[in-house]
Design a protein around this ligand. Structure first.
Ligand code: FEO
Length: 397
């Protein structure tokens, strides 16, 4: 396999996982990569490792360049197992002088691997370590997205190893952002943000400010998943600014699950009312056909969520339950919501949806439309009216 040099003397040695389709509940439809990097300097340094199932790729890639035993330092930017899955094996083989991590990184490493004997070198924000010709500078990024997370910046190369930030779950034989389809790349970056970083948006906002204040000369941003940014760094940073500040498009999602088609009829009638607003993009999302982790990628930049479920056993239908509780954990913000749904005798679903949206401090703009069994024409007309009201409100926002 050819060596993959990303800057002079700095190599990508991570792994491509073409097969993975589920990452702790996130549907990784395009697979992913676990990126790791090798810096050849007076102190040879490995940045991160990979998931244990891909350890052979990592060791083979390193051996293309040097024998792993020659590595002097290992930097672990993030302890989650997709990046430390073969750290124990690597540590036992390499016996490095230093295992460089954040303060919380050491704690999380000990909680994972229980190895008091490792040569931990704890670094705080702005600490520097010389490798000889190059200098590593560190930036703790607590809760982005774990307490241990940090960035490592190679000052002389303007190269930021960004851990999980700016990542995309996208397997590719290509290394760089300008070698893949840009719209697919930005979609995967958006989906990644929505599923991984959305709950930490206030911290993302601060981090972007910090990066700008540091005035780093960013030439390459290398995340731990997906392709490396070199031509579209400003695009991804601006996208993170938009996503972390809740900037949304003129986009409405009608997200629903239906039991015997009545809720679906209501959804289509609401869509009919919304269709009068040409400025809006409206998507009908039947949860039977969409994975919840794909749906939240759309939620991220939508202005309004119109959510419908039939009532089953005094609650929502199962896919709606799964979606709404998943979305709740991601703490969406800055959205209008409205609820609707059919029922037979008790009809709790609409109230439950409204209550969860209220708890999330989303702006519930309608009382909600409930219909007993099969909707009559006048109920569908009410749905159309509700669609019109939502369209007007969103258009004015
Ligand atoms: Fe890619 Fe948080 O691990």
């Amino acid at each position: 396999m050819a060596k993959k040099e990303i800057a002079k003397g700095i190599y990508a040695v991570g792994a491509i996982d073409w097969d993975i389709r589920d990452m702790h509940g996130y549907s990784t439809n395009r697979g992913t990569t676990y990126n790791a990097f090798l810096i050849i300097d007076e102190k040879i340094t490995l940045i991160d490792t990979v998931k244990h199932t891909c350890r052979d790729q990592l060791f083979a890639n390193i051996r293309e360049i040097i024998e792993p035993e020659k590595i002097d330092y290992i930097v672990t930017n993030h302890i989650e197992m997709d990046h430390t899955g073969c750290l124990c094996e690597m540590m036992d083989l390499v016996k490095p002088e230093k295992l460089i991590c954040s303060t919380m990184g050491k704690k999380v490493l000990l909680d994972h691997f229980h190895r008091e004997d490792w040569p931990y070198e704890v670094v705080k924000s702005n600490a520097e370590i010389s490798l000889g010709k190059r200098t590593l500078q560190f930036l703790e990024t607590r809760m982005l997205h774990w307490p241990d997370s940090m960035f490592t910046y190679v000052k002389e190369d303007g190269l930021l190893f960004a851990s999980d930030a700016f990542g995309q779950h996208m397997a590719s034989s290509k290394l760089f952002d300008d070698e893949v389809d840009f719209s697919e790349l930005m979609y995967e970056a958006r989906k990644y943000y929505a599923n991984i970083l959305y709950p930490f948006s206030p911290l993302v906002k601060k981090l972007i400010d910090t990066i700008e204040e540091m005035n780093l000369d960013l030439k390459i941003v290398a995340p731990d998943h997906g392709v490396i940014w070199r031509s579209h760094i400003a695009d991804i940073i601006n996208a993170y600014k938009d996503w972390s500040s809740g900037k949304a498009e003129d986009k409405v999602l009608i997200i629903y699950e239906t039991m015997w088609e009545s809720t679906r009829k209501m959804a289509y009638a609401i869509n009919h009312g919304l269709a009068e607003y040409d400025n809006l993009s409206v998507s009908m999302i039947n949860l039977k056909n969409h994975h919840y982790s794909d749906v939240v990628a759309e939620v991220l930049n939508a202005k309004a969520l119109v959510i419908g479920s039939s009532t089953l056993n005094n609650g929502m239908l199962p896919s709606m339950n799964t979606f709404i509780y998943y979305m709740k954990g991601l703490k969406p913000f800055n959205k209008y919501t409205a609820a609707f749904g059919s029922f037979g005798w008790s009809g709790e679903a609409v109230g439950l949806i409204n209550s969860i949206c209220t708890d999330l401090k989303l702006e519930v703009i309608e009382d909600g439309l409930k219909n007993k069994f099969i909707p009559k024409e006048e109920v569908l007309a009410d749905c159309v009216e509700m669609g019109r009201r939502i369209g007007e409100k969103v258009s004015a926002a």
